[in-house]
Design a protein around this ligand. Sequence first.
Ligand code: G16
Length: 544
Amino acid sequence: MHIKTITSQPYSDQKPGTSGLRKKVRVFQQPHYLENFVQSIFNCLDDIEGQTLVLGGDGRYYNKTAIQIIIKMAAAAGFKRLLVGQNGLLSTPAVSILIRKYQTLGGIILSASHNPGGPDDDFGIKYNTRNGGPAPETITDHIYDISCSLTEYKIAELPDTDLERCGITCVEGLEIEVIDPVTDYAELMEHLFDFNSIKSLFGSGHFSICFDAMHAITGPYAIEILEHRLGAIAGSVINASPLEDFGGHHPDPNLAHATELVTKMNGCKAPDLGAASDGDGDRNMVLGPNFFITPSDSLAVIAANAHLLPGYPNGLSGVARSMPTSMAVDRVAERLGIVSYETPTGWKFFGNLLDTGRITICGEESFGTGSDHTREKDGLWAVLFWLNLIAIKQKSVETIMLEHWQQYGRNFYCRYDYEGVDKTAAESIMQDLRKNSAELAGTRYGNYLIMTCDDFRYTDPVDNSVSEHQGIRILFDNGARIVLRLSGTGTVGATLRLYFEQYEYDPQKHKLDTPEILQPLIEIAREITQLEKKLGRDQPSVIT
Ligand code: G16
């Protein structure tokens, strides 16, 4: 195999964020930009020779170009075998499952997740390690350090690989296997859930689902599993073909962006379950007719009921949530007598807890839930969980949620996002809060007394690594919380996120509107931070 060494120049902006390197497509199209980052990943790994790499992406614009480049660079780096998704497609949870099943060295995922796609929008690249999970900060920091001084990369002179047909091609000692993206994933789901009882649910003729794949990667997975294997009627999966620009939409499964689904679920003759997934298939949203389940509540319901499902016969060893995620799952953990870990935002922080068996289920407010079956959050898995639960309980989404609140109380919750704001202004809001945190403690705002204000710091209980500045928490004496942090996934300016939470035990209040309950906290945040004046915005860009 002829390998060329190409001289390039280092880039100084290749620091991975919350989940890999995400930039505008045009940034990735700069000379040698993608190649430099990929070479930095390979240089960070010291045992490539003879190993296998999984490779695939969510099909967004630039996926096709990037995947051919990476195949040739992986060949030059010494990999012996590449497992590549047909047409370059693999969902993020599927990559994680493949890495684990075939014990590969790791995988590369081409995706900017829920960010929009197209020539003027976002692309991304992420490395997952041997355990199937996103590379931890020690590795991403190392990759970044390498990228800052990288001046050459290696690429094999090979023809482009035909990714349209599944099968094995051998090129001078390198085996490239193009695999069906869905098969291994679907097989694992059959093992975790009771497909027969879900089939009976659909077969009863009294139950329907609408799954919005948002023109992203989950379309083929949802069609195969929901329609073909479980018998949901044809057309239950909408926007099922992955498109390079996601049909011009923002593939983010929330009330603001999954508008087609939301309209259906709020209309007459709404399906019994509504669900959506994001660009790369790791996020999910679950809805009942006219009824929204917050991701934090979904996590709590999943934790409370996991023992009922075939995949979790021994119950849970523990649970984990990211710090801004509501504390609903903590109440379930308390009742079950297990630990609930509080980690920084980012799925990578769950990796060590899962690997050491400390937790079985974990999740985040950002529409992510998952279990120890993989090391990524898994959108379709969460939807199958709800389906299986409905089949067992023979109750509606709304009834399951109301009964859960009756037992545990309700954590009212919402998130405000100020997207694409001035970075310096956003950082100074965070800085000012840090400076004033001691004075804020003890301050009263109406019925709300601030107990503490701190900057979240996490010590990983497995490797003792410390992650600082993971978000500011304002904690009140009645258990309410306001959290502020800067997003690590945006590509324009900064995105400031505010999270509001208030617990309510009284069942009489469980049906009240979230904005009504949380308004006092929202006003307090405005007063303390003056953020709308400082950011020049009179309202958030998105409320979820
Ligand atoms: C990624 C991470 C998640 C994180 C989310 C939002 O999700 O995997 O752990 O919660 O970003 O992060 P931020 O608040 O920093 O924007 P995804 O679905 O984008 O890969």
